[in-house]
Structure formats: structure tokens, C-alpha cells
Ligand binder design. Structure first.
Ligand code: 5GP
Ligand code: MG
Length: 178
């Protein structure tokens, strides 16, 4: 499909799934090297990262521990600048290396908040792996450790990302036309 419509908005094909999977495969190779001997806890950030988490963990194909947490900050097509903790990390994280798995970093406010929170709770180290990164939108001091694809500021959907709850299930990524 070249174009999709979700509610009042139209989106056009932007990144085909194969390109995403290539990028995620490269992230997995780097993570395998860096996590050697570390016993990391991977933390998938719901809801948006669910598809990326499945892609990445399958690419890793190793006995890593994985859990999920849920935060939200987006409303409509923009960040509210305020982060809500909906489902915290339940595992004991004291002294551990955590790798947060995020769908996309936009303002960076969500990842700054979550990283700070987990370090305060005793994590030894918090790394951030984001499938997508929009560096031009960054509004805090954050440098993700692993990035799949770097994008301009357009609002996108698909491969986990939604517009008002819709569009997460598409394999490809689409960008907002109007
Ligand atoms: P940040 O706190 O970095 O501004 O935003 C993080 C969250 O906002 C992401 O995890 C994602 O859920 C959402 N988000 C950021 N940019 C986009 C986008 O272009 N499309 C969609 N659907 N969600 C986005
Ligand atoms: Mg997200």
C-alpha cells in the first residue's frame, strides 16, 4: 500500500519493513558485543515498542531477560512534555545493566524521565536502544546508545507507532501527508 487513511488523516509510505529489519539487525549485532558478560535486563517500553522488541529479541536469539514497562506522553500528533508512568518495571533492577527498548525518540523527554527514574531506583547502568530517532526534535540532554534509523521531524505511524490508537499493526512506516 502506498497510502493509508487513519481517521481524519492521510499517510504515505515512508520506510518499508525490510529497511527497518536491516537496521534492527545491525543494532542486535552491536548489542551482542556490548552485552557480553553483563547479564542485562531488556525493558520494552509499551505500547509503541512492541513490534521493535519482537524484531530485536528475535534478531538477538539468545537467553536474555526481557520485561515491559509503560509510559505515555503523546496526545494526538505531538508530545505533551509531561510523562505518565502507567506500568513501572516490576523486576529487581538494583545493580543491573538495563537496556530500554523504545520505538522512537522525539523530544527525548520520555527517555530522560525513565532513565533518571531507573538510575534513582538503583540500576547500575541504563542504556537506550531506539528503533527510530528524530534528532532535530530533541529537547533534553539525551544520546541514545543504539539507534536504528535517524529521521526528520515528520509524524509517522506503523511498525508499532499509532495515530489515536490506530496504525500500529502495519509492517511498513507511513508519514503524515495531511
Ligand atoms: P518523546 O518523549 O521523545 O518526545 O516521545 C516519545 C514517544 O512519543 C515515543 O515513544 C512515541 O510513542 C511517541 N512519538 C514520538 N514521535 C512520534 C511519531 O512520529 N509518531 C508516533 N505515532 N508517535 C511518536
Ligand atoms: Mg514509545
Amino acid at each position: 500500500m502506498d497510502k493509508i487513511r487513519l481517521k481524519d488523516k492521510e499517510f504515505s509510505l515512508f520506510i518499508p519493513e525490510a529497511e527497518i529489519l536491516d537496521a534492527v539487525g545491525r543494532m542486535a549485532l552491536q548489542l551482542k558485543v556490548d552485552m557480553e558478560g553483563k547479564n542485562p535486563l531488556f525493558v520494552g517500553i509499551l505500547n509503541g515498542a512492541f513490534m521493535f522488541v519482537a524484531d530485536l529479541m528475535r534478531a538477538l536469539d539468545a537467553p536474555y531477560e526481557l520485561t515491559f514497562a509503560r509510559y505515555s506522553s503523546y496526545q494526538d500528533t505531538a508530545s505533551t512534555g509531561k510523562v505518565n508512568e502507567i506500568m513501572p518495571v516490576r523486576a529487581d533492577i538494583r545493580g543491573r545493566t538495563l537496556v530500554l527498548l523504545e520505538d522512537i525518540i522525539d523530544t527525548g523527554i520520555t527517555m530522560c524521565f525513565v532513565r533518571r527514574r531507573l538510575l534513582d531506583e538503583g540500576a547500575a547502568e541504563v542504556r537506550i536502544a531506539s528503533m527510530l530517532f528524530k534528532p532535530d526534535s530533541l529537547r533534553c540532554d539525551l544520546r541514545p546508545d543504539y539507534v536504528g534509523l535517524v529521521l526528520p521531524g515528520d509524524f509517522i505511524v506503523g511498525h508499532g507507532l499509532d495515530y489515536e490508537g490506530l496504525g500500529r499493526s502495519y509492517r511498513d512506516i507511513y508519514k503524515l501527508v495531511r
